[in-house]
Design a protein around this ligand. Structure first.
Ligand SMILES: Nc1ncnc2c1ncn2[C@@H]1O[C@H](COP(=O)(O)OP(=O)(O)OP(=O)(O)O)[C@@H](O)[C@H]1O
Ligand SMILES: Nc1ncnc2c1ncn2[C@@H]1O[C@H](COP(=O)(O)OP(=O)(O)OP(=O)(O)O)[C@@H](O)[C@H]1O
Length: 567
């Protein structure tokens, strides 16, 4: 069988780089295959995708050696239009991809180019938007959507292309857990029904594995580190070797002393047949023990009955009251479009509430300027490209100090420190444009952290990060919290919330629908259903294996990892 995509001894060096980003890639992908490209942040996944969809060499120039073909043809000999009929792409940064004035127009764009008759086009657009639960936003501008809603529109756009290869670069980034599951199911259905070749680049290991994958291609430092079926990859320990997090239940099994070597069906935790599994897990969870009780916190930020709407007659934030204590980590959870980013912009003063009060350290901050708030309350947005303004990395990190008149020597020292903390020190002399998405995300965090705020609002800080950086960063956050810095953490990662947040506030349709410990919130079906939350694979796994006290596995797991981190 002839491959649809073939890389032979392929290397690529971006013009601005000294070293090649892709090295000696030899990989055949066959028509109808479903491939997951995994690998740590900066390993070259998106660059490989750019080679497949023609961005390399058309948009990003550089030096190529070896060969790469699509359907037997060299992409450099095709026009960008011809290539787009072969490969349909969802990019990591959707803002750069929208072309329509409304959501409907955007989804219709591909068909308009092909002169599909109007009635047929309309029906297709409606059907695609219905599949991603976005029909009610059809007339809205794509730029006014929430992060997750944008992602859903991009998915709907790809549904209407005729390309044989569908390439998804982080299709789940920004999606709430329920939408993430739905997106994977949607991709699976398209794959089965159309027989198209599907290539997925994604950091959310467990979410990708919810549906069958033919082969995983694991990249590391521009090379292919391993290729295999999910069973091959999961049971071999290579994910961890390259800084990725295996599924939580797979780790739990190993922590309890059971080897995964040769175990089949590892991507379906509910059906794992390992002799003695229950007994060994029960014994391990008893040994590791329960969580300590949660401490109390002095008040820092308090919101009282805050109301806001982008249109006067439609509230997006509806009578929200919540508080965050000194040194407390509060998870702000909720479905896509619930109002989490809007609330963050109200707290930071970018938006003005129609009514309600905000109290910071006992003072009403309604009259405070954005800048004054910014000195105490740092806000890291979901999309790093919305925050970055400077050309060079060090300048970007030092900008906040520069505008505040801090001396150059001190700026230099603090920039170095912030870059180290965020794992960006090796790139300190680079232009921002040469960073991968995950690296840019860390950059936007570094540039706020350097201002030493008392409260930080982090919108999906770990989205697009590999486990190594996730852990390093979140442990760092935990350390800062222990020193008294407070965090409002917006996340769609339920395990992250369980692991790092003392409390959760759940938002849905602009209202607070629950406020409790994360574990308690996740155990309330009416809350999880309304806010699109999901129990973690660990608790699913614990129940499927009939553990004596299923909830104890989650606590034992978190305690064990905390202890291990301190070793
Ligand atoms: N436009 C560019 N110009 C120069 N170098 C680049 C460019 N884009 C990427 N690179 C280089 O390629 C490396 C890998 O980037 P790439 O986006 O392919 O990684 P990735 O595996 O997709 O990372 P992430 O998971 O963070 O998105 C970067 O660290 C950088 O060295
Ligand atoms: N600039 C805007 N103009 C009009 N409506 C907007 C604008 N920004 C957001 N919205 C709408 O407000 C609602 C809340 O959006 P918001 O971005 O706060 O949600 P979110 O909870 O942060 O979602 P996500 O998890 O997807 O990031 C959504 O229905 C969105 O479509």
């Amino acid at each position: 069988m002839k491959p649809i995509i073939s890389f032979q001894q392929y290397s690529f060096r971006y013009k601005s780089q000294n070293e090649p980003t892709l090295k000696n890639i030899t990989l055949d992908i066959y028509a109808g295959e479903k491939i997951w490209i995994a690998g740590p942040s900066g390993s070259g996944k998106s660059t490989l995708a750019h080679c497949i969809n023609g961005l390399i060499p058309f948009t990003y120039s550089g030096e190529i050696s070896g060969s790469m073909t699509i359907d037997g043809l060299d992409p450099a000999t095709l026009s960008i239009f011809e290539l787009s009929t072969k490969v349909g792409t969802i990019l990591q940064d959707q803002d750069s991809q929208f072309v329509g004035l409304t959501v409907g127009e955007d989804v219709a764009f591909v068909m308009e180019n092909k002169a599909v008759p109007r009635p047929e086009m309309k029906a297709k657009v409606i059907s695609a938007l219905t599949m991603v639960d976005m029909l009610h936003n059809i007339d809205q501008s794509p730029y006014d959507l929430s992060g997750g809603q944008k992602q859903n529109v991009s998915l709907a756009g790809v549904l209407s292309t005729d390309a044989d290869v569908l390439l998804f670069d982080e299709p789940l980034a920004n999606l709430d857990p329920v939408s993430g599951t739905r997106a994977m199911k949607l991709i699976h259905d398209i794959h089965v029904q159309s027989g198209k070749t599907v290539i997925i680049i994604e950091h959310r290991v467990e979410d990708v594995l919810q549906e069958p994958i033919d082969r995983i291609v694991l990249m590391n430092q521009g090379e292919i580190a391993a290729v295999g079926t999910p069973d091959d990859i999961l049971s071999s320990g290579v994910l961890r070797k390259y800084g990725l997090r295996p599924p939580l239940y797979a780790d739990a099994i190993e922590y309890a002393g059971i080897s995964l070597e040769g175990v089949k069906g590892l991507s379906v935790p509910q059906q794992l047949a390992i002799p003695g599994l229950k007994e060994q897990l029960d014994a391990w969870t008893r040994e590791v023990g329960e969580n300590e009780s949660s401490p109390t916190y002095a008040p820092l930020l308090e919101l009282q009955h805050v109301v806001f709407g982008y249109d006067k007659d439609k509230s997006v934030i509806n009578d929200v009251s919540l508080n965050v204590g000194v040194g407390e980590v509060v998870a702000l959870l909720g479905n896509n479009g619930a109002g989490k980013s809007t609330l963050s912009q109200l707290i930071t003063g970018i938006l003005k509430p129609q009514s309600g009060r905000m109290i910071y350290a006992g003072e009403d901050i309604s009259s405070w300027s954005i800048r004054r708030r910014g000195e105490r309350i740092g806000y890291v947005m979901q999309n790093p490209n919305h925050m970055i303004t400077q050309h060079m990395i060090a300048e970007e990190v030092g900008l906040g100090l520069k505008v505040r008149g801090v001396a150059a020597d001190e700026i230099k020292e603090r920039v170095e420190h912030a870059l180290k903390v965020c794992g960006l020190h090796p790139f300190r002399n680079w232009p921002v444009s040469a960073l991968s998405y995950g690296q840019k995300k860390r950059l936007s965090i570094a540039s706020i952290l350097i201002l030493e705020p008392k409260l930080m609002i982090l919108d999906e800080p770990t989205a697009g990060q590999d486990y190594h950086h996730y852990k390093e960063f979140m442990d760092f956050i935990r350390g800062l919290a222990a020193q008294g810095l407070a965090f409002l953490l917006i996340t769609h990662d339920m395990h992250l919330a369980l692991e790092y947040a003392q409390r959760a506030v759940v938002l849905s349709d602009g209202k607070v629908i629950a406020e409790d410990t994360v574990a308690s919130v996740l155990s309330q079906p009416e809350v999880t259903t309304t806010a699109h939350l999901k129990e973690t694979s660990l608790s699913l796994f614990a129940r499927a294996n009939d553990l004596d006290k299923p909830e104890r596995l989650v606590h034992a797991f978190i305690n064990y990892e905390k202890e291990k981190g301190h070793e």
